[in-house]
Design a protein around this ligand. Sequence first.
Ligand SMILES: *Cc1c(COP(=O)(O)O)cnc(C)c1O
Length: 408
Amino acid sequence: MFTNDKKITAFKNKVWLATPTMHGEELKWMTDAFNKNWMSTIGENINEVERIAAGKIGRKYAVGLSCGTAALHLAVKIAGIKRGDKVFCSDMTFAATLNPVVYEGGEPIFIDTERDTWNMDPLALRKAFELYPEVKHIVVANLYGVPGKLDELRAIADEHGAVIIEDAAESFGATFKGRQTGSFGDIGVISFNGNKIVTGSSGGMLLTDDAEQAARVRKWSTQSRESAPWYQHEELGYNYRMSNVVAGVIRGQLPYLEEHIAQKRAVFERYKAGLKGLPVSMNPFDAENSVPNYWLSCMIIDEGAMCKQVRGDTEASYVAEHGKSCPTEILETLAAFNAEGRPIWKPMHLQPIYKNNGFVTADGNGKGGTTTDVGSDIFSRGLCLPSDNKMTAAEQDKVIEIIRSCFN
Ligand SMILES: *Cc1c(COP(=O)(O)O)cnc(C)c1O
């Protein structure tokens, strides 16, 4: 690990990956809920944030739920995924993208990642339909705020009459060809988790243009009560509705979405400029067709500049080498200086829990281990950098210096 440069001292205040950024209006709307005694899962704040989010994303209906994972669960249910169904899922993503498929007894088949946006590879998806022509559902995430190749994925889905669930948990506010992410799937999902671009401390939403779907999801989320004088149940219910207090936080945050994106973008641009000359590049996106929300700034080390790195199931080690580095060295060094980075989402096909699930790459042979496996490669060479929108330019310059030192 880098230790010999006396000029760099540890951060006194920890530099975080991504933390909530409050503005004051959050408290106003929480207090409003308190004063009106709508301390419940009903109230004006929920109605307002549903209206605003649906309008922003360009969907007819938004249903406020307790978290993004709950929204994905009800998305999986409303999309009709049932026990034994195979479902094509993003491979390099947070497990919450696809765990809900398993809640319903479905079987995720993981689709490899492409290098242009680090999202689901349309070529691999096409291959997957050759191998599993019966599949009718796709769950696709837009990673780190970067829209995937949503038009190509949609075209392939349409050829096979498949439904798309779009996990836009990380990409709220990002656009592809002028349209908001969350509007490309038959069903979209966003999250207001504490580290997302805007937050309610928790919370999520399901987005759809289908009135019947929206009504049904709303009913499921509030324990599936039928309209009757007593608790009458015809369907399984869930306690997944958004709290009106949480909705107050979100209501205060939503006006700042674009400001947060601008701040995150400045962070990304500063890294891009500051890391110039090193054998690394920032996480890629299609600059012609998409505007990311820059939720997390990530970088990937050139193949030839990787020092030896070994990752087991729960531990990593590396051998430092002049002129080279690796995510483990950079993450450990950042941590030693009190800054928080994070590895790239470890691909699902490498996770012990999913070791028996299918995995399809652009040339089909995902499980053989002899062909291209883009996700594993990005995982081994990439990392997420401290991306907090409250990080000062001076703090970020120091983060950049620390990263540079790893290549000394
Ligand atoms: C955060 C996240 C989720 C889950 O959202 P929660 O609100 O935390 O439940 C799902 N998918 C992705 C890609 C995420 O980053």
